[in-house]
Ligand binder design. Structure first.
Ligand SMILES: CC(C)(COP(=O)(O)OP(=O)(O)OC[C@H]1O[C@@H](n2cnc3c(N)ncnc32)[C@H](O)[C@@H]1OP(=O)(O)O)[C@@H](O)C(=O)NCCC(=O)NCCS
Length: 173
């Protein structure tokens, strides 16, 4: 039987089209993300440029988990360039529903933390917002020692309803 290889690597320009398609799929699968089934409104060229800029940045990261050629998960860290806030990176993570519960998100988190802890990134805090009822994600973040900072009112508006979130953070010291 052929073994399908899973790898985690940084996204590059050439991933733009597949990544935009992936984002539409996960947006349609989950009410826990800020994107819906329409995904992002970027063109392939814009996304390609964005991934290239991210790959060259010292404090931004876009990781892909791939099974063969298929993107099955992704993790992004977005940090500002202004010196007073450049140490705070905002994290986003998603996995295709068919692959949940197989350790894909945990593997992405481990890889991201190894990268972020390198002093050259300057990152000292990773923060995120998660829906209060997204227990699966909250458990994942707690396992990686993230703590709750507070409640985020009306974080999402879906089908006429507001949903509150939690602000969670991990200090890298
Ligand atoms: C939240 C999310 C990222 C978790 O991804 P995941 O790949 O399923 O997470 P993991 O598999 O690493 O860990 C989740 C569970 O699988 C278990 N697990 C880990 N490795 C495993 C393995 N090899 N085999 C079986 N189970 C495993 C973990 O113990 C954990 O158990 P739990 O069910 O008690 O929580 C995913 O559900 C998702 O994308 N959800 C929609 C988007 C979303 O909510 N994103 C976060 C927004 S803040």
């Amino acid at each position: 039987m052929e073994t399908i290889h899973r790898v985690i690597r940084e996204a590059c320009k050439a991933d733009a089209e597949a990544f935009l398609t992936y984002l539409k799929t996960i947006g349609g699968e989950s009410d826990n993300l800020t994107i819906d089934e329409k995904g992002l409104s970027f063109t392939i060229e814009q996304e390609s440029e964005f991934l290239d800029t991210t790959a060259q940045s010292h404090n931004n990261l876009c990781l892909l988990s791939l099974e063969g050629d298929t993107i099955i998960g992704s993790l992004s860290l977005t940090a500002p360039s202004r010196p007073r806030v450049a140490h705070c990176a905002e994290m986003g993570i998603s996995v295709l529903q068919a692959y949940w519960g197989q350790g894909v998100a945990s593997a992405l988190m481990e890889k991201m933390l190894n990268w972020a802890k390198n002093p050259s990134t300057g990152i000292r805090k990773i923060e995120l917002k998660v829906r209060v009822d997204n227990q699966r994600a909250i458990d994942l973040y707690r396992r990686f020692s993230f703590v709750e900072e507070g409640r985020v009112f009306r974080m999402l508006f879906i089908d006429g309803q507001f949903h509150d979130g939690l602000s969670m953070a991990l200090l890298l010291d």
